[in-house]
Design a protein around this ligand. Structure first.
Ligand code: DON
Length: 307
């Protein structure tokens, strides 16, 4: 017999399945090949109970959803003051891949756009860390957040690196202004590897539930970050996680969230729940179309709007 919550989640997915608006990301060739019909959802409470429906065990690349978690790791590794020297906490209102830095300081506006996330990646694993250590730090931190060993999809990574001219130009710009140091192609490769980690919606819901608890992984009980770090990351997700659609998202959904171009969305309600959705077709902001609709339903039906 099914419990009421999965029944409800199945019903949410079924009600939205017929909406085929949007399109898979194509600028990463491997993502264009993904099955656009996949649709999954998972919720994990702060007590560690997960409810899931649809394609909840299908793996996809984490992409930009890696950014808030890598940001948390960089703050843990370097301290908040050092990270703030390199990356600001202002909403950018721009697309994720905008070639933009703050006019006066040349710092990226936040850690959710690519310029900020490439900078954040460069700060991983402490001063002097090499490219491999930074990637290892990201993958092992994400694995502890998810409560299982995660791995990189080498095909997606190679596919993205073949067309990574825009991220290379962002990273060269950052290097020019001294925001990042060292070898630029190695930095972009490391960031791309971070984005190529495979997750399921179950993983995403547990990872974000760890933010919701204030840093304790709710299944393993391990403390992975201080409450102040979790609060900082959730605040930046709320203001910048959905890029140029962040204001509209906060008004209509009201759940701090982060999307990825493979079709994942992660959402977090402090002290309550972590949510993951997956559906590959994207809207004009680069956010999963049906994922957004599922979040809107949950927010409305379950009173999840923060305000
Ligand atoms: O840097 C990129 O372009 C990708 N690895 C990630 C972009 C992404 O997921 C944007 N989110 N919606």
């Amino acid at each position: 017999m099914k419990t009421p919550v999965p029944d409800y989640l199945d019903e949410v997915l079924d009600s939205l399945r017929g909406d085929t608006s949007g399109a898979n990301a194509t600028y990463i060739p491997e993502l264009a090949e993904a099955d656009p019909e996949r649709f999954g959802i998972a919720l994990t409470t702060t007590l560690g109970r997960t409810y899931a429906a649809g394609d909840a065990d299908t793996e996809f690349s984490i992409q930009s959803i890696s950014k808030p978690f890598a940001y948390a790791a960089a703050i843990i590794d370097r301290g908040l003051d050092r990270v703030l020297e390199s990356v600001r906490v202002e909403p950018s209102g721009e697309a994720f891949d905008e070639l933009s830095l703050d006019g006066a300081t040349h710092r990226p506006k936040n850690a959710m756009i690519n310029a900020g996330a490439i900078t954040t990646h460069s700060l991983l694993a402490g001063p002097g860390a090499g490219p491999e250590e930074r990637v290892d730090r990201a993958v092992s931190f994400f694995s502890r957040l998810a409560g299982r060993e995660l791995r990189i999809d080498e095909r997606v990574c190679t596919s993205e690196l073949g067309t990574a001219h825009r991220n290379l130009s962002i990273a060269h710009m950052l290097r020019n202004y001294g925001v990042v140091e060292g070898d630029v192609p190695a930095l972009v490769e490391g960031y791309t590897r971070q984005c190529s980690v495979l997750v399921t919606v179950r993983d995403l819901s547990v990872m974000s539930a760890t933010l919701a608890t204030g840093g304790i992984q709710p299944v393993t009980g391990e403390r992975l970050m201080d409450p102040a770090v979790a609060r900082h990351v959730m605040a930046v997700m709320a203001s910048a996680g959905m890029y140029d659609g962040a204001g509209d998202w906060l008004v209509s959904v009201g759940i701090p969230a982060k999307s990825g171009v493979a079709g994942g969305i992660v959402g977090v309600l402090p002290d309550r729940v972590g949510i993951g959705t997956f559906s590959p077709r994207l809207d004009q902001h680069g956010n999963s179309h049906r994922g957004r609709l599922a979040f809107e339903r949950l927010s409305r039906d379950m009173g999840m709007h923060l305000f």
